[in-house]
Design a protein around this ligand. Sequence first.
Ligand SMILES: [Zn+2]
Length: 330
Amino acid sequence: MTAETVAEAVPSSSTLSQNKSAAAASAAAAKAASGLPHVQCIARARIPTVQGPDIFLHLYQNDRDNKEHLAIVFGEDIRSRSLFRKHAGETQEARMIRGAYVGKLYPGRTSADVDEKQGLSLQFDEKDGSLVVEPSTTWCEQETLVRIHSECYTGETAWSARCDCGEQFDRAGKLMAVDHEGDIKGGNGHGVIVYLRQEGRGIGLGEKLKAYNLQDLGADTVQANLLLKHPVDARDFSIGRAILIDLGISQVRLLTNNPDKVAQVEQPPFLHCVERVPMVPLSWSGNHSEGIHSKEIDGYLRTKIERMGHLLQQPLTLHTAPTDPKTAAI
Ligand SMILES: [Zn+2]
């Protein structure tokens, strides 16, 4: 990776763009030393949703793999630095089609950089075309609710009750939309779900299906991966960190029960986890109509707590109490 490509992913700010030589050089050097991948957002679009506010779906390319990782963004003013950077000779129409616009698109709009209806306009650095970050138009330096979510086809699409990925995904979106939910402070319309295409804790869908068969044969989720000669957790969150930095997020309120993830989000001096926001399973609410109820999910959550150190405190009530000591050990 060149110093130039690294510098592209460094978050811009008005200070940085106006006084960039020393600050940008040292930031680029620190970033290069960190070994973060280079990410580029190539398109963004507004998606109206069935509940809550519109979201803005960002599609990313990177220099580590050929997968299309995503950022699901709550808040029009959270801006990807790589998407908004001006390309040489680019028309305003081309920028609107890429999604690099301020405010809201409407039929007949001609400028990406100015939304006359909302009275919003963006400024760019004349030399390198980077977005000049101004609080009136662009979210910056604020604590932001974030979920780093790994793709789970079975849990999100095929109604699987083997894991709680689908429920956690839904919960993250709901919390970002609301001001508060009980004691938990929500995102009040701002937040980011980084959606990484690393199925089955990084081992892929085919191997995950084999692991499920091993689980039906008595292994837990950790043992099944080990029996297939995979690491317990093969996920890589470095692309997720690079995406958050590209979106100008620096102070993260991370939605997770996984203490390892808190440590993995840290990317000083650009990214800090300032709070862990727990995700308590809905099935623990006491209302049997809520959440996922299956003997598989009980075992899955038990393994997360006992073998992977997840910070869930409510004791699990198992559907069946194991009597065989060999079974009880898994
Ligand atoms: Zn899952």
